[in-house]
Design a protein around this ligand. Structure first.
Ligand SMILES: Cc1cc2nc3c(=O)[nH]c(=O)nc-3n(C[C@H](O)[C@H](O)[C@H](O)COP(=O)(O)O)c2cc1C
Length: 268
């Protein structure tokens, strides 16, 4: 039974989940979404198709939507999705809406709790919290393995409260943020005096909008930001900042088992 897992990952959480599933499922191939998006056509070949991705601004990342609009998933027998943050089933309904055009729906979907990398608003978890999440994750992935191997339908519905948040309030916040807050944020990246010009930010930038100029990174305003935050979190000296978002005092996080090179490789 062959499986292809398509993943998107800015700070390693989703790649870690994809790798852990690869260990658990037989004949599994991991494919970066960024890489296949460069192809004119995306034709999936496996019986089981998995998607693993972060939540961006309470919804499915733009690149995942773009992938779903381009990929031909008609030959698959089973499709599952994993979001690497807790989210409402409204997020998976967005995927269903796109899949419906190919006569498909998600057979199973899951959201797992991993450290939140959105430091403009949230504070990073402590090391013990990170360890607790990892322990819970491992147990959950064992369950997911059984569900996927047996091609079980598993589409858990929201509780009434999460339903109201996820289907009514969050879409309004998402629309507001994408229209008014995110475009400004994309123009507000800069480096402070700690920058040593190593160029790692350019290598990990999934948007390919960073260019080194005179030993310092510059973020192009002509290329859209995909908001992966890889530049921010992988900078070895924590020099990358977002203006006005107190990122100088927020610390940095990336999954301990995912190196900058693994993030950069998604583009190759
Ligand atoms: C731009 C951005 C927006 C995010 N928005 C949310 C959000 O709305 N809700 C949430 O729970 N986590 C949010 N996150 C956190 C990520 O979904 C989470 O940390 C995820 O596990 C990161 O996966 P990755 O390391 O594979 O990129 C956001 C992260 C980024 C960078």
């Amino acid at each position: 039974m062959s499986t292809q897992i398509y993943y998107l990952s800015g700070t390693g959480n989703s790649l870690h989940v994809a790798r852990e599933l690869e260990k658990r499922l037989s004949e599994t191939e991991l494919i970066p979404i960024i890489k296949v998006l460069k192809n004119d056509r995306i034709e999936t070949k496996a019986e089981i198709i998995g998607l693993v991705f972060p939540i961006h601004n309470l919804t499915v990342p733009v690149l995942v939507k773009r992938f779903l609009l381009k990929a031909d998933l008609r030959s698959s027998k089973y499709i599952f999705a994993i979001a690497t943050r807790f989210c409402s089933d409204a997020v998976f309904s967005i995927i269903d809406e796109i899949l419906k055009k190919q006569g498909k729906l998600l057979d199973a979907y899951f959201s797992v709790e991993m450290p939140c990398t959105y430091i403009p608003i949230f504070t990073l978890p402590s090391q013990s919290e990170v360890e607790r999440m990892e322990n819970e994750l491992q147990k959950r992935l064992d369950e997911i393995q059984i569900i996927v191997e047996n091609k079980r339908i598993d589409r858990e519905k929201d509780s009434p409260l999460v339903f109201v948040l996820g289907h009514i309030l969050y879409p309004m916040i998402t629309a507001y943020m994408f229209k008014f807050r995110f475009p400004g944020m994309a123009r507000s990246f800069y480096v402070d005096s700690r920058c040593n010009g190593c160029g790692l930010c350019e290598k990990v930038c999934l948007s390919e909008r960073i260019r080194m100029k005179n030993g310092k990174p510059e973020w192009s305003t002509d290329i859209d930001c995909v908001y992966c935050f890889a530049c921010l979190h992988y900078c070895p000296v924590e020099a990358v900042q977002i203006e006005g978002r107190k990122t100088t005092i927020k610390g940095r996080y990336h999954h301990s088992e995912v190196k900058a090179i693994d993030i950069a490789r998604q583009k190759q």
